[in-house]
Design a protein around this ligand. Sequence first.
Ligand code: HEM
Length: 404
Amino acid sequence: MLDDAVRISGVDLTNPEVYQAGIPLEAFRELRRRAPVAWHPYSAGPGFWALTGYDDILAVSRDSSTWSSERSGVFFDAPPPEEAYQLSLMMLTMDPPRHTALRTLVSKGFTPRHVARLKGRMADLAAEIVEGVLDRGECDFVSDIAGALPSFMIAELLGISHEDGRRLYELTETMNSERVGAATESVIQAQLEMFEYASALAERKRVDPGDDIATALLQAEVEGQRLTELEFNLFFLLMINAGGDTTRNLVAAGTLTLLEHPGERARLVAEPGLLSTAIEEMLRYVSPVNVFTRTATKDTELRGVRIAEGDRVALFFPSANRDETRFRDPDRFDIGRDPNPHLAFGGGGTHFCLGANLARVEAAAIFPEILARMRDLELAGPVERVRSTLMNGIHSMPVRFTAA
Ligand code: HEM
């Protein structure tokens, strides 16, 4: 008999409103306990096996020959049909060996030297962002602080002005706001502008190279191969998409979690040396990316459940991150938790987040500023979460504080 995830958990995991109300922790717990590999129907397409246990999610992530990202993509809701957007997901939705070749090439842009250089710049930028709101005594934490950070980071990565970074980030917001359903004029327009920008940038950097990731990507060579112009443009789009909302959500939801746990917040203020374990704990607790899917390339089995070739499985990262067999007292927010082998950046397979260290650098730059300068930070209105099956995030979060 098939275990039906909806019947067992009482929740439809394909409904974006579920996540808008908060991560369905109770439903995930019930599934981990009763049916960690459970069939989940989907009204808008083929169903899938919902995987909620840490070990299964890890195993599937690490075996891309059995579990394909390419055969039917990585989303249970198909991305919109317009070509540019689908293509932009290329790297995420490729299998080895095609994926390996591209990944090796783009990894050349993310050298330790680049990350180290960004570290210094991010500290200044984070100070600037917080400084920018201090006089007001209140702000929308998401757009003014958490959202400003990735757009500045994009600018630094690409060696472009902050103004342009803001504009590109706005364009991704337009593109992502309409991920479901037909492409509207504004989405197509945004994609076009993004592509034109990427092409012009490539042109500029070829003539006038800089010490930035855009230049490194254009110059990178593996076995005589370089990125084509199309590949550069698509990777550019993926980088802005993958690095924007995710980091914004980590910073916004991480801050909210600190507000909800005043003891842990005070502990972090008193012991700044806990910052790096605190960031890992925020990643675990908040899990900005909710789910990606894979498709079985052959008949196989997970925990004794038979899975047919062509069936999809959905990896629910927030559930893995609360798995009681891996994390002691998993619902406790403990900024000193160590070890903390969370799966917020994926399960360590071929698609493991390429920007994980950049995201950590951004978080490590902004949190000390928030804690030191936005004294008595508190909510000043209702928190509105993002309506999405893909992202666990916060749309708006009015706050007030005293400048320090
Ligand atoms: C808190 C912030 C972030 C989170 C939670 C996050 C999470 C993830 C996850 C879960 C994956 C898929 C992993 C898998 O399937 O195994 C991924 C892939 C990826 N991420 Fe991130 N990410 C973050 C920030 C960033 C940043 C800042 C960048 C770049 C600037 C970035 C670039 C990418 C890319 C390019 C991939 C695709 C890698 C591939 O397919 O080989 N991410 N990320």
